[in-house]
Design a protein around this ligand. Structure first.
Ligand SMILES: Nc1ncnc2c1ncn2[C@@H]1O[C@H](COP(=O)(O)OP(=O)(O)OP(=O)(O)O)[C@@H](O)[C@H]1O
Length: 632
């Protein structure tokens, strides 16, 4: 269980009133990061950078491309491990990675949202993982955040999918920020949240973040590229980086004065940060400011020579409390540990919230199940009209076998239709788990739980349309067996496909791999080449792991066992049955004869069904590891 909040204990959650800033001070001291470069020498990407931010303040990290901004933000979020000597403190107390994850939210550059949810739903679900809040409190808090971020006008509009236009790019960015801010983080880390937005949208996004951050006492740290003046003005502090080193750190309003004192005043139509960038970006400094213009090194030297309050050098071993004691209202331990948002949900709670959201998603998402339901119905209709009324002549035995093969193989193949929906869920999963809202297990449980009824409906649709029209084994028992066995096969196929998509999160690549794998299972399943005729390696290895094989054998047994086929070909006055018959005298061949000939006559329904369930469970466990391995 973990805790997240920016507020003191005893305060009632989310009643829409203004909240007192907590007064926290977050200090990063001597952050350095190194990678191995060619030749075995280490390359410093971040070199002894320090920063202090107080609650309600917004720090902008700026610098030319490749300056180390994202690396620094990752270090601050504990997504990367700094070199020895680094210290991160909140109100003078050391912070570790776990506590940082509990208290902070990291907003990535990309918007990871479920397209069919409305803006309000997207934000509300991000808060629902905190179980102490009642529905009313959730609604009140969501309204407050939506209002602060200027999203009320589109609150009930859907985010948008590839087939239905939704809100604008700037609004999506704000929804992503709202999802991050709604759950009371104390620290908000933003990685280029305004990239790709026009200057008006960028300003709107930052000013909305500032409104909420200031009123709730959040600590905001953002990397940002070339902000317009109004966007820059939303920040209180600025940290300029070049080649991983600090070149300026101070109040935004102090930068212009700093540049002027250095002898390079900001021009009338330039922002101070853009002007500074002319010197920090060594690639373009000469062309922008003339050949004699100073570079990043000169900039940094001037900064070091003039700044009287620089942190101690990197061999510093003292406590950052020295830095924070004058400025921070030091919180009590209780204030730090318990906030009004309360604890995060249990496994059961998170699974339920995720299951509810997944159900809403699937029920609205044409790409997840609408298309697939249509395909399954179309497939059923196709089989029903092409394999219509097969009857019980022995000439139709192979047609029956092909119905069973085709039902398993094609319906299993259709699980590729679930890839786009799963990839969308996956990106939301990474955003939320990286921010500590829940773990992998509830995600998999909810995904499995909600997929099951939807897949069942698809299977029912197909079976209802095709079973009686084809004239498969009569009787309700046989019908329900067919339905059940086919359903188990489709569950296994779906589970296999999500593992592939989790490992290869590119639609076209996952589709190709999925198609290959299913084609492979078809080849070793025992339909095209009888199992006993398969080369020994394939027989003793993959044939036994092939879910399609078990499903095919179950359907074939369920249909043929108990049926008797009339042999229609007579040669020289004797019956010539399509399969070896144990009852030639009656000119018939029994279903059991056919099953024995195919070497599938002695299977156990229960055992084979249990194997299909086991394969599904194994794939679901594999999904757990696949999601962990490919963590973003
Ligand atoms: N694993 C790595 N190995 C070697 N070099 C790396 C590695 N990761 C990042 N770099 C380099 O470190 C430098 C800083 O990268 P970083 O992404 O932090 O820069 P940035 O300031 O965020 O750039 P941008 O604004 O273009 O996103 C870049 O030159 C990058 O190529």
């Amino acid at each position: 269980m973990s805790l997240r909040s920016s507020l003191a204990p005893g305060e009632k959650p989310a009643h829409g009133h203004e909240v007192n800033p907590s007064g926290s001070t977050l200090s990063f001291l001597h952050l350095s990061y190194q990678v191995e470069s060619k030749g075995g020498k280490g390359k410093l990407l971040v070199d002894d950078v320090s920063a202090t931010v107080k609650a309600g303040e917004l720090l902008a990290i700026m610098g030319p491309s490749g300056a180390g901004k994202s690396t620094l933000l990752d270090l601050m979020a504990f997504r990367k491990t700094p070199l020895d000597g680094a210290l991160v403190n909140l109100n003078g107390e050391p912070l570790n990675a776990t506590r940082m994850q509990q208290m902070s939210t990291f907003v990535e550059q990309e918007d990871a949202l479920l397209g069919v949810l409305t803006v309000r739903e997207s934000v509300a679900y991000a808060l629902r993982f905190l179980p102490l809040l009642s529905r009313r409190e959730v609604a009140a808090r969501v309204n407050r955040v939506l209002t602060a971020l200027g999203l009320q006008s589109c609150a009930d509009q859907r985010i948008g999918t590839p087939i239905s236009r939704g809100i604008s790019g700037g609004q999506k960015r704000r929804v992503t920020c709202a999802c991050a801010m709604v759950s009371f983080p104390r620290i908000l880390l933003l990685d280029e949240v305004t990239s790709g937005l026009d200057s008006t949208s960028a300003r709107e996004v930052m000013s909305a973040i500032r409104t909420l951050a200031v009123s709730e006492g959040m600590i905001v740290i953002a990397t940002i590229h070339q902000p317009a003046l109004e966007t820059l003005a939303q920040f209180t502090d600025i940290l300029l980086l070049a080649e991983g080193r600090t070149c300026f750190s101070g109040k935004v309003g102090a930068l212009a004065g700093f540049l002027e004192r250095w002898g390079h005043p900001v021009g009338r139509f330039t922002t101070p940060s853009d002007h500074a960038m002319n010197f920090l970006n060594n690639d373009f400094a000469a062309s922008a400011t003339g050949h004699d213009a100073p570079d990043a090194r000169a900039f940094r030297e001037y900064y070091l020579s003039t700044n009287p309050s620089l942190p101690a050098p990197s061999n510093y071993t003292g406590s950052s409390a020295d830095i924070t004691k004058d400025t921070a209202r030091v919180e009590t331990r209780a204030e730090t540990e318990y906030g009004r948002a309360g604890t995060l949900g249990t496994l059961f709670w998170n699974t339920m919230v995720l299951a509810e959201r997944t159900a809403v998603n699937y029920s609205r998402n044409l790409l997840a199940y609408g298309v697939r339901a249509g395909m399954y119905a179309g497939m059923g209709l196709m089989l029903a009209t092409i394999w219509i009324r097969l009857g019980t002549d022995d000439s139709t035995i192979n047609d029956r076998l092909s119905v069973h093969f085709f039902s398993v193989a094609f319906l299993a193949f259709m699980s590729v239709a679930g890839i786009p929906g799963f990839l969308e869920e996956r990106s939301v999963y990474y955003r939320e788990t990286n921010n500590g809202l829940y773990t992998t297990l509830p995600f998999i449980l909810a995904n499995t739980l909600i997929n099951m009824p939807f897949l069942f409906l698809c299977t029912v649709l197909f079976t209802l349309i095709s079973y009686w029209a084809i004239g498969l084994h009569p009787g309700a028992d046989a019908f329900f067996r067919f339905l059940g066995f086919l359903y188990l096969a489709i569950l296994a196929a779906e589970s296999q496909m999500v593992v592939i998509a989790a490992l290869m999160p590119i639609f076209v690549a996952a589709l190709a791999i999925g198609a290959f794998v299913n084609g492979f299972w078809m080849s070793v399943g025992g339909y095209f080449i009888k199992a006993r005729s398969l080369p020994r390696f394939w027989f003793y290895s993959f044939h036994y792991m092939d879910y399609q094989r078990y499903a095919f054998e179950l359907l074939t047994n369920s249909d043929l066992r108990g049926l008797t086929f009339k042999c229609v070909t007579v040669v020289n006055g004797t019956c010539a049955c399509a399969y070896p018959s144990s009852t030639p005298e009656t000119c018939t061949v029994s279903g059991a004869d056919i099953l024995n000939y195919l070497d599938v006559g002695s299977i156990s329904y229960d055992k084979w069904a249990a194997i299909l369930v086991a394969i599904t469970v194994i794939y679901r466990i594999a999904l757990y590891f696949a999601l962990k391995v490919r963590s973003k």
